[in-house]
Every structure is written in C-alpha cells, then in structure tokens.
Write a protein that binds this ligand. Structure first.
Ligand SMILES: Nc1nc2c(ncn2[C@@H]2O[C@H](COP(=O)(O)OP(=O)(O)OP(=O)(O)O)[C@@H](O)[C@H]2O)c(=O)[nH]1
Ligand SMILES: [Mg+2]
Ligand SMILES: [Zn+2]
Length: 312
C-alpha cells in the first residue's frame, strides 16, 4: 500500500485520446490524504506540462510517466516527467514493449508470406523477439496447421496456434502474456487482434468487423492503441492493423534480421567481409531457403529503389 502524501505518482500511458493521455496509476492501492479514501488502481485523464513540449519529449502508449496535480474526484492529472524508454516499436508506436505477438490468420485474410515477413522484420529491427500467433485455425485442416507450424519453425520462429471459436491455444497464450510486462498484438487488419482481447479480458467489448468478402481484407476497425490489464500486473496492447509495414535498414544489416540466415552466418562465415549474400563467391547463405527470394528482392530494392528487380 502506498500513501500518496506528495500528490505525485508514477503511472503508465494506456491510451492517447485527442490531446489527452490516459494514465493508469502504478500502485494497486493508494491513499489520497485529501479525501481520506483508498482507491484501486485508477485511470486518469491527463494533459502534459508544457515544458515537455518545449524540450521536444514525445509521449506514447507504454511510456512510464510521473503525474502531479491529481484530482481524484474528476480523475484528472498532469504529466510532469517521462522515464527513459527501454524499447520502442515505431509502427504501431508503443514504448517499453517486452514482447510483440504478430497475429497472422490461417485464412480470411489469406496468409501472405511477404506481408508476414515484413511484420516480423519490423520487430527484429526494434531488437525485440517476435512471437507468431496463428489465428482462426478453426478454418483450416490439421495438415494445413502442421504445414504452417513447420514453415514458421524453418524461419526460426515459435508459433502459438489459436482459435477463439473453439478456445484452442487460449490457455498457453494467457500464461505467456502473464509472464511478460507489456505484450503488443500487431498484424494485418482483420486477423482477429481485437476479437482476442474481447475473448481474454472480462468486461471488455471492443468493436470488431468481419473481413471484406470482396477484397478479402480487414476493414481497419481498430483506430487507436490501447493497453489492457491481463492479470499478474501484465498489460496487453490492441493496435490498428495495417497491411504493408516498411522495412528501414541498411542493406548490410538486412540478412541479420532473418533468424534462419543468422543461424547460418553463426555456423560458417562468408568469404568476403562485406558480402551482401547475392552472387558473391564463398557466400555462407543457402540460396534454397524459403525466404531467400524475398530477401533478395527487397535487398535489390534497398540498393536500387528505382529499378524493379527481376529474379534471374
Ligand atoms: N473463424 C474465426 N474467425 C475469427 C476468429 N477470431 C476473429 N475472427 C473474426 O475475424 C474478424 C476480424 O476480427 P477483428 O478482431 O476485428 O480483427 P482485427 O485484427 O482487430 O482487425 P483491425 O482492427 O482492422 O486491425 C471478425 O469477424 C471476427 O469474428 C477465430 O478464431 N476464428
Ligand atoms: Mg482491431
Ligand atoms: Zn554471404
């Protein structure tokens, strides 16, 4: 229990709403001396001190902040400081992320290897280890499920298969989320990120929509990032889906974003130190790996953005 004498507390930004930020207080119980009342962890509508704008500090969901001038009655406060971030995911913008779960649907919308890889690469770029959640497995056969699990394994990723219709995978997912402080659900529109939040968290009923029959894509239902408590002090973020994440990296670093290439490069070295793993002699990368053509195409685009690459 924390006695709140200074009317100053720490909290985490759980959502951005227009010019306001919603901050959840850090402590489970604390006492407000002015009202002589105990509160449970509460969410406060906050503005930010203008000095934070002067020194150019941006605040995003996931930031740990110090709040002052707390008005418990009207649930309002002012953010006066922001703690340095431990990590930052750019798109969707979330600070202090400890796990990114890339949600990919087994069907509706259809699996897309390039799109899935782009999501995984953006997480690798932020130096965070991704986990794949394969959603809607009630729509595929057991053989197809084995095919996907083996595919992701060959890429070097763990995958949790899931269906909210028959609750498959739900228990192992909850355990996983409760072991980590802040998990982000990211992925294309329509894969079921919000449906999963609604299924996991009691009393939450966020809007979801079915996948467009004509375009076979999601309809961009979620518009904001929001954090939800999942138990054990852990938080889970719902984020807006988007369809084509950009990969921003140097050509020489690109291969290191692929776990299956990293494994090969750790076992044997390329002949040339500056090898880009194209047609250089003595290259250690096996060109028969499933994602090599994807690597090659995107590498050529990075090097020559104006010349479309034609595989030979
Ligand atoms: N068959 C099946 N359908 C599912 C499952 N999970 C979600 N859906 C459906 O998928 C559709 C899209 O779900 P949403 O939760 O809105 O998807 P989203 O990923 O949040 O989409 P955006 O907010 O646009 O990024 C809805 O019609 C859900 O009912 C599942 O496990 N099985
Ligand atoms: Mg959604
Ligand atoms: Zn090489």
């Amino acid at each position: 229990m924390n006695k709140n004498k200074s009317n100053k507390l720490k909290g985490i930004v759980v959502a951005l709403k227009a010019n306001f930020l919603i901050v959840e207080t850090e402590y489970k119980y604390f006492k407000d001396d002015s009202l002589d009342k105990f509160y449970e962890k509460i969410r406060l509508l906050c503005t930010r001190r203008s000095k934070l704008d002067y020194i150019g500090i941006s605040i995003d969901v996931g930031d740990i902040v110090c709040i002052e001038s707390i008005d418990y009655k009207n649930k309002k406060a002012v953010i006066s400081e922001v703690e340095p971030r431990k990590s930052f995911l750019k798109r969707p913008a979330v600070a202090n992320v400890t796990l990114v779960s890339i949600c990919i649907s087994a069907d509706e919308p259809l699996f897309d290897m390039g799109q899935t890889s782009r999501f995984l690469l953006t997480v690798e770029c932020a130096n965070i280890k991704p986990l794949i959640i394969l959603t809607k497995i009630d729509l595929i056969t057991k053989n197809d499920l084995i095919f996907y699990i083996n595919k992701f394994k060959s890429w070097g990723y763990e995958c949790i298969p899931l269906s909210i219709h028959n609750s498959q995978g739900i228990d192992s997912l909850i355990q996983r989320f409760q072991k980590t402080k802040l998990t982000v659900l990211a992925g294309p529109s329509g894969v079921g990120k919000t449906s999963l939040i609604n299924h996991l968290i009691p009393n939450v009923s966020l809007p979801t929509s079915s996948v467009s029959k004509k375009l076979k894509r999601g309809t961009h239902t979620t518009r904001h990032v929001e954090l939800f408590a999942i138990g054990n002090g852990s938080l889970l973020a719902d984020t807006p889906g988007f369809n084509r994440p950009e990969i921003v990296c140097e050509p020489s670093d690109f291969a290191y974003l692929f776990p299956e290439f990293r494994t090969q490069l750790s076992k044997s070295k390329c002949k040339f130190r500056n090898c880009l793993h194209r047609d250089e002699p003595g290259c250690a990368i096996n060109k028969d790996l499933e994602r090599y053509p994807f690597y090659r195409e995107n590498l050529e685009e990075m090097i020559n953005p104006h010349l479309p690459y034609q595989a030979g």
